[in-house]
Ligand binder design. Structure first.
Ligand code: SAH
Length: 348
């Protein structure tokens, strides 16, 4: 196992079978070595900085029907809201005052906003919050829409691939949603010059070690700039409501391996991981993660952006607690960094 870990951190390409061996590894000594290497590699590339992104959950309406997600259109119990462009802009401006220089606009796939409205909003954010990066995350759109967003000034797009195995993808999504089109969207985003975020859930229903190995292999080939990895957490009012949550240790392991594959990637310690346990979020930051995304959404809508049970939205999840986060990070030798923090692999 040690040779495999050595080869991973020497930048060698691994086969899917080799990734699978890492995924299945339970040897404590080997895992400690993996986590240590991931921490060292993160420090070599980024120093002790942890980048902070302000997350704004712009809409809980969604036309998609992903079996795992509380925002799925078939969930009639979901509380729906959408923020107006004025409120989104004002929220960015508040965040800007606090020092944020990245705003992540995330939402369900909501066709309410036209591309034109979205582009106007992106331009306004860029004007009002100079020097900031605008990150978008609202699912699959046409290449033409992505291109318009890019031209308007958005520079990053988060679109998790969710699973790189078509058969598994089709067990997480209804027939209308296909892995092919997800992959096409990711390629288009990359070609258009976005910093692109891929990623997946750990412990989603029907997931095997082989699937996780395929996810890692995909990251190695596609080389995204950002990778979001979090545990699956059930949402009561979805078809997966009775499935068990993913394992936080396994999630941290995937993050550490990902750091080996992509030394320059921006990897968040996700809200889902913090929801399982605050300790594992810190553990992720000591094993390859280097981004935290506090919630900037207006308080009254936070509970309505309910992807999974008990989703955190206060505590260090909220921007009001920025100082607490600074202290918490300092406590483990990390420096909170509010700057844009572009990927070292990306040229504007
Ligand atoms: N509509 C956007 C944003 C989705 S929410 C999009 O499709 O990209 C962002 C991420 O939350 C998803 O990509 C998914 O991986 C994750 N997520 C959704 N439901 C979840 C659940 N039940 N447990 C853990 N993560 C979940």
């Amino acid at each position: 196992m040690q040779t495999l870990i050595d080869r991973l951190f020497q930048g060698e390409r691994l086969t899917q079978k080799e990734f699978q061996a890492l995924v299945l590894c339970e040897d404590q000594g080997a895992l400690e070595l993996l986590f240590q290497r991931a921490k060292e590699r993160t420090e070599e590339v980024f120093g002790n900085h942890v980048y902070i992104r302000g997350l704004i959950e712009i809409s809980s309406y969604c036309k998609q029907d992903c079996f795992y997600c509380g925002l799925r259109c078939s969930n009639k119990k979901a509380q729906r809201y959408r923020l107006s462009p004025e409120v989104i802009l004002a929220t960015c401006e508040q965040g800007y005052e606090m020092g944020f220089r990245t705003f992540v606009l995330q939402g369900g796939e909501d066709d309410f906003y036209t591309d034109e409205q979205m582009c106007d909003l992106i331009r306004e954010i860029c004007l009002s919050c100079p020097g900031s990066a605008v990150t978008l995350s609202f699912g699959e759109k046409s290449r033409r829409s992505y291109e318009a967003f890019r031209k308007a000034g958005a520079s990053r797009y988060l679109l998790r691939h969710e699973t790189a195995t078509a058969e598994h993808f089709s067990r997480l999504h209804p027939p209308g949603q296909r892995l092919d089109s997800r992959m096409e969207a990711l390629s288009a985003l990359k070609e258009l010059g976005f910093q692109v975020g891929a990623g997946f859930m750990v412990g989603s229903p029907f997931q095997t070690a082989e699937h996780l190995a395929a996810d890692l292999y995909f990251l190695q080939e596609f080389r995204p700039h950002m990778v979001g990895i979090g545990p699956f957490i059930p949402h009561t009012d979805t078809p997966f409501g009775k499935y068990a949550a993913g394992d936080s240790q396994q999630t941290v392991k995937m993050i550490a391996i990902t750091r080996g594959i992509l030394p320059g990637a921006l990897i968040p310690a996700t809200t889902a991981l913090a929801t399982l346990s605050q300790g594992s979020r810190l553990q992720a930051l000591q094993a390859g993660a280097n981004v935290v995304m506090p919630n900037l959404s207006p308080n009254e809508v936070r509970v309505k952006y309910n992807l999974y049970n008990n989703k955190l939205s206060t505590g260090t999840e909220s921007a009001q607690m920025l100082e607490a986060l600074r202290n918490e990070l300092a406590g483990c030798g990390r420096k909170m960094d509010l700057s844009r923090g572009d990927s070292p692999l990306w040229k504007a």
